[in-house]
Design a protein. Structure first.
Length: 571
């Protein structure tokens, strides 16, 4: 499959409907499927969903909603060794979080095990399936290569009666795991190697999370998927490009059994994102090798991870709409995803003040043992959205990086003898720098304030070149801030030519934890999941797992710097 290196989202290149929606419009006009539209989102419950799945969720539920159809949530639970109720519940939680509702249409492939068994019997009786008693290694060796045909199994010409008998005995549990498999009888010389007598059923004595120990044989994914679509009356089976090669088998099965309906498979390009891996195998490795703190680590591209990081669901839906649906693979710049997040949070996240790396300021001419409350809006450009009271006192905290003792020419923030504005408060001037005599490190700054500048403006119209955020030391709320960055330092960590091991480009600074942060007291009532903008610092979300009264923990969702927006302006 040709891979594009164009980072421009498909929706930007071709405004309007994508090729899948255009196809559905034509199908409805031709009264195909009696004008019905039925889709499904069919995850395997063997892991957590990631941002790539969000694209499929938005597409399948989206087209169903747009065309007056229905979208099922179906779990393809045919491999109980890797599946669990934990994954089922996490998937349901993620789909709901994204804003989609499958109503009462929650289905499982295991709902159809009896029907699938009977479809397999139908293939046996038609001479189109047989029980193979070769070992897995023999089957692999006899499969052939891309340039050489495979070799027929010595059991390929078993009689219908013998195949039926063996298949029923497989179901009854007479044989050990791996003793036999049921294979489709297609063509061992087929150019598409998937069509070289693919496996349909295997023996596997594993407890199933829904059917218990009722079954010891389980259908393979390719056999199950198409028939589940048919049983549910799915009209448009939408899947990503890696399943394009599977379409021939999808059609072969449906055309050779008494399928109740005839769905049609259409493939679209999967999501590839810079600085990210979306391979389930690689994500498992990140968790198991301890590079992250679990599936919901905010550095993970899982939906549980980005939810914990503070990404709003509307931003994910917007992102999926912007990248569009394409026929060929391409890679999307991570900056676009963050742009969508910023756009969503800019309209909803109240502005508050917090200091991540505190430097104490003592205002020597401010009355001792005194404080005042300043009325500060949550949205400076729209005061109608409300405000809160922020205490101001003699001792404050500002950011360490907002002061330099010997500043370069273009540094406009606080320095000895220089005046700056404190957000919503007063002008202050640095009069003295006090250092620790033992370490030589700055202990605090001694400043003066101008009472006439209350509110942030000088009556004589004198100007300052910087406005700093601050927190009253007396009233400061201690908080912890986790600063997240890309997990990988390279935009394409999965590039095999560049990296023998994708973890070799792990960003060692992908998480920085600051435990001595100070915030305005308004945030004492913070609840897990609350999202705010720390003025000048970025968007932060109260951690869903660790934030609680007395232990306020914020995760940085995104910085304020929007590289995608700047790129678009240049274009």
């Amino acid at each position: 499959m040709e891979k594009s290196t164009d980072n421009t989202p498909e929706a930007s290149r071709e405004p309007g409907r994508d090729f899948i929606r255009e196809k559905i419009v034509k199908d409805i006009a031709a009264n195909k499927h009696n004008g019905r539209v039925a889709t499904r989102f069919p995850p395997e419950p063997n892991g957590y969903l990631h941002i790539g799945h969000a694209k499929s969720i938005c597409l399948n539920f989206g087209v169903a909603n747009e065309f007056g159809g229905k979208c099922n949530l179906r779990f393809d639970d045919t491999n109980p060794a890797k599946e669990s109720p934990e994954f089922v519940e996490s998937i349901k939680r993620d789909v709901r979080w994204l804003g989609f509702d499958w109503e009462n249409r929650e289905f499982y492939a295991s709902d159809y095990f009896e029907k699938l068994f009977n479809f397999a019997l139908e293939l046996i009786e038609k001479g189109l399936a047989y029980v193979d008693s070769q070992s897995a290694e023999q089957i692999r060796q006899n499969r052939g290569t891309l340039t050489e045909p495979g070799v027929d199994s010595p059991y390929r010409n078993r009689s219908v009666e013998e195949n039926r008998d063996l298949f029923f005995r497989m179901r009854a549990g007479e044989f050990e795991d791996g003793a036999h498999i049921l294979r489709a009888k297609i063509d061992m010389a087929a150019p598409n190697m998937l069509m070289r007598d693919p496996a349909l059923y295997r023996i596997r004595r594993v407890h199933h999370h829904r059917t218990g120990d009722k079954w010891c044989i389980y259908p393979m994914y390719d056999f199950t998927h198409c028939l589940s679509d048919s049983i549910e009356g799915i009209t448009h089976s939408l899947c990503t490009l890696e399943f394009e090669i599977n379409r021939e088998l999808y059609d072969w099965v449906l055309d050779r059994v008494s399928a109740p309906s005839r769905p049609e498979q259409t493939e679209f390009a999967r999501l590839n994102l810079t600085y990210t891996v979306l391979s389930k195998r690689k994500l498992i490795e990140l968790v198991e090798r301890g590079f992250v703190d679990g599936w919901d680590d905010p550095r993970m591209p899982t939906l549980s991870g980005i939810r914990r990081k503070g990404y709003p669901p509307e931003a994910i839906r917007d992102f999926c709409e912007r990248i569009g649906i394409a026929k060929r693979d391409s890679t999307v710049d991570f900056a676009l995803l963050e742009h969508c997040v910023r756009e969503a949070l800019n309209a909803t996240a109240p502005r508050v003040m917090a200091v991540l790396n505190p430097l104490k300021v003592i205002i020597e001419n401010y009355p001792q043992n005194s404080s005042e409350e300043l009325d500060c809006p949550f949205f400076s450009d729209d005061p109608s959205k409300g405000s809160r009271k922020v205490p101001f006192s003699r001792e404050l905290y500002i950011e360490q990086e907002d002061f330099m003792e010997d500043p370069p020419k273009k540094f406009f923030r606080l320095a000895p003898g220089r005046e700056v504005r404190l957000r919503y408060a007063y002008f202050i001037r640095c009069e003295k720098v006090v250092k620790d005599p033992k370490t030589g490190q700055i202990s605090h700054l001694v400043c003066t304030y101008d009472p006439a500048t209350k509110g942030g403006d000088a009556p004589d119209n004198r100007k300052v070149k910087a406005t700093l955020h601050w927190v009253s030391a007396e009233h400061a709320l201690p908080v912890t801030a986790r600063l997240y960055d890309s997990l990988f330092s390279d935009p394409n960590p999965a590039d095999k030519e560049k990296f023998a091991d994708f973890t070799s480009c792990i960003n060692e600074n992908s998480l920085v934890t600051l435990q001595n942060c100070k915030a305005e007291p308004f945030l004492a009532g913070t609840k897990p999941g609350d999202t705010v903008q720390f003025e000048r610092l970025g968007y932060f979300c109260a951690d869903l797992a660790d934030c609680r009264p007395g232990n306020i923990v914020f995760n940085r969702t995104a910085t304020l710097r929007d590289t995608w927006a700047k790129l678009q302006k240049k274009i």
